[in-house]
Design a protein. Structure first.
Length: 413
């Protein structure tokens, strides 16, 4: 029996039911239990487990969590929200604005960043306009996943494809192949959400209430942190466009943005204490479990035995969507990319890999790290959640339509 695979399937099952008897299990505890299981059964050594935890990802999330917590605690986040959403007068317009506003922003600000700062906004908007939180949380999760498809810096797997695939002009290439189908898929997401949550799209006019700043001094530092974050992301985009080979990681950007708060705010320890440590534990545990599954070789062997044309656009989309559910999208891309290049895959196939590995996040909760961040944040802040089955109820038909749109567009390019 392949123990790591069995543990992974058990983790999926527990996340689907989220209960043992009357005990409700948070996602982070389930994943931590999976990591403990592969460690205790000797499927991965303690040293290998420590090495599996990616410090860049952990530090990036820490920095973004600090900025997000300062934005929320100061009230500046809700002031921004009022400015942005005050012109939406209906639930249709509100959901469309979330999908397209957050979607386009995630192409530049990295999807995990938008997941962190967007969750408290969705909870506020849901309370303000008498909507169930899950509708706007679903819209946020879909937006950050779908919108990030069309940019080489929208998510880590796209960046890996842009660099490892040696794409000459990545921003132009991604936009050429993926911009139009991504816009179509954002409209598709709107109609799918409206179909499944039709009762929440009420006809009453929306009235937006302005929220006063809670802590003006912290708000000033949060504003500086946000500007630093946006400015440094702009610098990174410029470096990629100009082809300057400078090691300017997203980790550095997130930590630089957090520095004004950590250095100058008298509330620094309170903010650090209140960030979402459970999500950080989830990611650390996920890296350990996925490394054990990876080391077992079961998926590498499966792909090697497939007697199918692995450069076929439909197959690239299908494999990347399904395999991303089991070993996460970044390891999946790291596995598939060299095989695809060796088999002669060109730009359309590389774009199919980017689209499939990213849009996989719309299928199930574990398909995208940003979705886990959103759900854990919502549960911690307001007790609001989206169950595995409810997410799948929307995600399965939505992802099927997403794949059809990308397949039709990429085969025509």
């Amino acid at each position: 029996m392949n123990i790591p695979l069995a543990v992974l399937l058990a983790v999926f099952a527990l996340i689907a039911v989220r209960k043992i008897g009357r005990v409700r299990l948070p996602i982070w505890q389930i994943m931590a239990g999976g990591a403990a299981a592969v460690l205790l059964t000797g499927q991965i050594s303690p040293g290998a487990a420590v090495r599996a935890i990616q410090p860049d990802v952990m530090l990036f999330l820490f920095g973004v969590f600090v900025v997000g917590r300062a934005l929320e605690a100061s009230g500046y986040l809700f002031e921004i929200a009022h400015r942005v959403f005050c012109r939406t007068r209906s639930t249709d317009a509100l959901v469309l604005f979330v999908l397209f506003g957050v979607g386009f922003a995630s192409a530049l600000l990295m999807n995990d960043t938008l997941a962190v700062v967007g969750t408290p906004l969705m909870l506020l908007l849901a309370r303000e306009h008498r909507m169930r939180p899950k509708v706007l949380l679903m819209a946020l999760a879909i937006a950050v996943t779908t919108g990030s498809v069309m940019s080489p810096i929208g998510n880590p797997q796209n960046l890996l494809i842009a660099i490892g695939g040696e794409i000459g002009n990545p921003f132009v290439t991604f936009l050429r192949y993926l911009f139009v189908p991504t816009v179509i898929n954002l409209f598709v997401a709107f109609w799918v959400l409206k179909f499944f949550y039709r009762d929440d799209f009420h006809a009453e006019a929306l009235v937006h209430q302005k929220v006063e700043l809670r802590d003006p001094r912290l708000a000033a530092l949060a504003r500086i942190a946000l500007l630093v974050l946006i400015a440094l992301i702009g610098v990174k985009i410029a470096l990629v466009i100009l082809g300057i080979p400078l090691d300017f990681r997203l980790t550095y950007i997130a930590l630089a943005a957090a520095l004004p708060i950590l250095l100058f705010s008298p509330r620094r320890f309170e903010i650090v204490r209140q960030i979402d440590w459970h999500t950080l534990i989830f990611f650390a545990a996920m890296f350990v479990l996925m490394e054990a599954v990876w080391d077992s070789g079961v998926f590498q062997a499966l792909l090697a035995r497939l007697d199918v044309p692995i450069t076929s656009v439909p197959l690239v989309l299908a494999i990347s969507v399904l395999l991303s559910q089991l070993i996460s999208n970044v390891p999946m891309v790291a596995l598939y990319l060299p095989m695809l290049l060796e088999a002669g895959g060109g730009t359309p196939e590389l774009m199919a890999l980017a689209a499939g590995s990213t849009i996989a996040g719309n299928l199930f909760i574990l398909g995208a790290a940003s979705t886990v961040i959103i759900i854990q944040n919502a549960e911690r802040r307001a007790g609001a959640t989206i169950t595995f089955l409810e997410f799948a109820r929307v995600g399965v038909p939505l992802t099927s339509l997403n794949v059809l749109v990308y397949w039709a567009w990429l085969t025509c390019c």
